[in-house]
Design a protein around this ligand. Structure first.
Ligand code: NAP
Length: 247
């Protein structure tokens, strides 16, 4: 069975991606940071639908823990799937920060950079030896990189960095036929940045050509395609999944 790692699989887009990938026959290792119960709930849901999943703890903002995490992944792969290889990695974990540039503190800046950019860089480096020939990597970026939305400058900047990194990963990992793509969601109904209230949702819907916010499974289906045969000839791309955000 092909197996993948999804960071931030306890909620939102990551949880939907875990469920969708399992539905397509992939074994799923999903990670959580502060919500073990939610992660266990996603594992139970996948198992109830006949799939296989394991939840592991991971702080994507602390690269010093990545070597130990790789050992946990190796153990889970062996114990659950009797394999030593991964066929995919989804760098999804993230959080939002809403603050104008003039008020952003250095701690806020560093914390966000560690999770959104440094984490995906060094986690991918740590798991690279486990990724098999022809594996797929998907990095979650954001449609905020294409526009300028006041209040999310550090967030959009690090996501923009991750988009560039995705292309460079595709270049360097091509030797092993590993495909790397960025998936760039628009406004999606999750708990990111405290979630949506009616007023905020209406504003985001008005900025979206299709007139509503997106649902997590609408992003999950695109990510799952990129990790399976459907997306086998898509490489080094940034794919916006946003219903036409701010066009
Ligand atoms: N929702 C949107 O509109 C939108 C738009 C563009 C891009 N995105 C991107 O899509 C990705 C998923 O976002 P979402 O909307 O699904 O967010 P969400 O519902 O808030 O879920 C965030 C997930 O990331 C995990 N996480 C947060 N900080 C972490 C850390 N330091 N280490 C490890 N895991 C961490 C959380 O784990 P715990 O719950 O266990 O702490 C949770 O599973 C993010 O990269 C986000 O930037 C979202």
């Amino acid at each position: 069975m092909n197996t993948i790692v999804i960071t931030g699989g306890s909620r939102g887009i990551g949880a939907s991606t875990a469920i969708e990938c399992a539905r397509r026959g992939l074994g799923v290792i999903l990670t959580y940071k502060s919500n073990p119960d939610a992660a266990a709930g996603v594992v139970s849901r996948i198992q109830a639908q006949g799939g296989q999943a394991v939840a592991l703890a991971l702080d994507v903002g602390d690269a010093s823990g990545f070597a130990a995490f790789r050992e946990s992944v190796i153990n889970a792969l062996d114990a659950t799937w009797n394999t030593s290889e991964l066929s995919g990695l989804v760098n999804n974990a993230g959080y939002g920060l809403y603050a104008p540039i003039e008020t952003v503190t250095e701690d806020q800046f560093d914390g966000l950079m560690n999770v959104l950019l440094k984490g995906p860089f060094f986690l991918t480096q740590a798991l690279l030896p486990l990724l098999k020939q022809g594996a797929g990597i998907v990095n979650l970026t954001s449609a905020t990189t294409r526009v300028a939305t006041a209040g999310v400058a550090p967030y959009a900047t690090f996501k923009g960095g991750l988009e560039v990194l995705s292309r460079y990963m595709a270049k360097e990992f091509a030797e092993r036929k590993i495909r790397v793509n960025a998936v760039s969601p628009g406004a999606i109904r999750t708990e990111l940045g405290g979630g949506l209230n009616a007023e905020f949702e209406a504003l985001l819907a008005s900025q979206t050509a299709l007139g509503r916010v997106g649902e997590p499974d609408e992003v999950a289906r695109v990510i799952a395609s990129l990790l399976t045969e459907d997306g086998g000839w898509i490489n080094a791309q940034s794919i916006e999944v946003a219903g036409g955000y701010n066009i």
